[in-house]
Design a protein. Sequence first.
Length: 455
Amino acid sequence: MSTIEDVQRLIGERDLHALRDRLIEVPPVEVAEIFNELSDEERVLIFRILPRDHAAEIFAQLEVDIQKKVLSGLGDRQTARLLDEMAADDRTALLEEIPAEAARQLLALLSKEEREVALSLLGYPENSVGRLMSPDYLTVRADWKVREVLDHIRINGHPSDSFDTLYVVDGSGKLADEVDIKEVLLASPEEEVSSLLNFTFEALDAHSDQEVAVDLFRKYDRPTLPVVDSAGNLLGIVTVDDILDVQEEEVTEDIQKLGGTEALEEPYIKTPVSTLIRKRAHWLVVLFVGETLTASAMANYEHAIQSAVVLTLFIPLIISSGGNSGSQASTLVIRALAIGEIRLRDWLKVFQREAITGISLGSILGLVGFLRVTIWAQFSPIYGEHWLALAFTVFISLAAVVTLGSLAGAMLPFILKRFRLDPATSSAPFVATIIDVAGLVIYFTVAMILFAGAL
């Protein structure tokens, strides 16, 4: 019998003692998954019978909308106990997502100490490192002996504290250094902490954007990083599990923008249809207006089209190839910028690489198009007597349009980033729209030159 079936059976039998024991055996993250299959009444029942600390761990793993429903079913006393036991950063994430009035009501239920912590974290700007901070860490002094440090951990340590790293502060609370717990455990009991320090550490500023924290965690591969104020005073720590959540949100936002839509604030399935329409209509209108330029470009070459209708057969081939090439380049460069593989100063290097790549890819596609027209002309009169001029037109146009697409797709993210805009907004559909217009101009210009008096 699966865990969910077991839990539902025990709820149905109202064997609450067995249900409590069964849920304690299951990791909190798995219990959170089970909650997706339960009714609101069953969720509230479970939180009423679970030990306080275990309930808080499970609650932190739930989605915000489920957290809201659970809190609405619990009494003030149980809600206060649950919120008090939650990790400060997880509690802040919940308070950020609920209406201001509801947040004030929940804050009023907290103990004085926890309320001060919650208000302190909420006082930092939205999406700042300060909102991710946790106060669950231990500090030591440089003049302490290792023996004193271990005694300090035993007396003041809490199961939720992060023990991987101990933070060394001076008398005023300023961060002086950090020391790995492994070094402490391997040192002599009478050795001073100062002998273990090298005074090289990385710290986050509480007011920095959360993306800065993501970059530092990626660079230094750390489970935790300290957070300080402008004076260097230790305020808290940020743990890698919170950073993974931030990174997932950023990647999701970039992918949505790459698809030619505004980023969603909520999961797709929970986003109202009206919001989906508004988020997508904006870019669709912009792209549609851009595509009207394609019609204008074709109108300028109306005479050429009437004189050689066969030219229209290759319009989709030319512009789609350029758009595809631009989309490839745009996606690669946006991702490289996002993870720090390239910087703004690398634009010339990227330009050179994409120029070579675009010419090569365009020549390959152009050769395929040239052979397609040449071979077909030997067995069918569809391309008329000027099939050779058409074949060269397709070859040259593809080489030029694919090269232009690659360069446009690669350079647009740099331009946007230079003006402090999100490079992801130079999405694949946006690049493709630009190349549609430019591709037509290139194609018909080449055709008019090569066909000369034939048009």
